[in-house]
Design a protein around this ligand. Structure first.
Ligand code: FES
Length: 215
């Protein structure tokens, strides 16, 4: 029987974020709507819960394997997904929960807080696509106005990874250095990206806003 780590195709010493990303990828791969089976889907869910609960050690005791095999030994290297994995968090949820933007544990806290999907979650962006459009394709109503780099309504704070803006824009070098980017003209250029969206009211951005528009 494959171990929880084998099921998620991660090393037994993988950190929580790596496990979380592997879970998201595996869930997509084995989802019944994507050609997987309900059994595989449950197996992946159960493996994730076992690892996150910290009960993987008892799994080995029960199943009689002394040393967990590393993912490299036990599973073929997964094919690299060309899409960018984006994890997002609504700034309103940051404020409502009393969290700080500079907190290294911010996304870890968000993952465990049971937030609604519009406040926290993840989606994939195809190479070259704009972040705002990708969010809208998922059905989300992220703030925007001009859609051309001339306001700060669509601003996001990049916490991890990188977003490249494709045209001139209104942001000062100082704001960009703080991690502020515009999602309407921003394309993710790293494999993974963590952003806090809806940061348009942060100092330095409020005065750059235009009247908001809705889809
Ligand atoms: S909506 Fe105005 S810069 Fe993005």
């Amino acid at each position: 029987m494959p171990s929880p780590f084998d099921v998620l195709q991660v090393d037994p010493d993988a950190d929580e974020e790596t496990v979380h990303r592997a879970y998201r990828r595996r869930v997509k791969e084995v989802h019944p709507d994507q050609g997987g089976s309900a059994r595989e889907f449950q197996l992946v869910q159960s493996a994730y819960e076992t690892i996150v609960d910290g009960s993987a050690d008892s799994w080995y005791e029960t199943n009689g394997t002394d040393e967990p095999a590393t993912a490299a030994e036990s599973a073929p290297e997964p094919e690299r997904d060309p899409n960018v994995y984006v994890e997002y968090l609504d700034y309103e949820a940051v404020v409502a929960n009393g969290w700080e933007l500079g907190d290294d544990e911010l996304f870890r806290k968000a993952r465990r807080a049971g937030l609604a999907e519009e406040s926290y979650g993840s989606f994939e962006v195809e190479p070259g696509d704009y972040l705002l459009e990708a969010a809208e394709e998922q059905g989300f109503d992220w703030p925007f106005s001009c859609r051309g780099g001339a306001c700060a309504n669509c601003a996001v704070l990049v916490v991890d990874g990188a977003l490249e803006m494709t045209v001139d824009n209104v942001l000062s070098d100082e704001l960009v250095a703080q991690g502020i980017q515009l999602s309407c003209i921003g394309t993710p250029v790293t494999d993974d990206l963590q952003v806090v969206y809806n940061v348009k009211d942060l100092p330095g951005l409020e005065e750059l806003q235009l009247p908001s528009r809705m889809n």
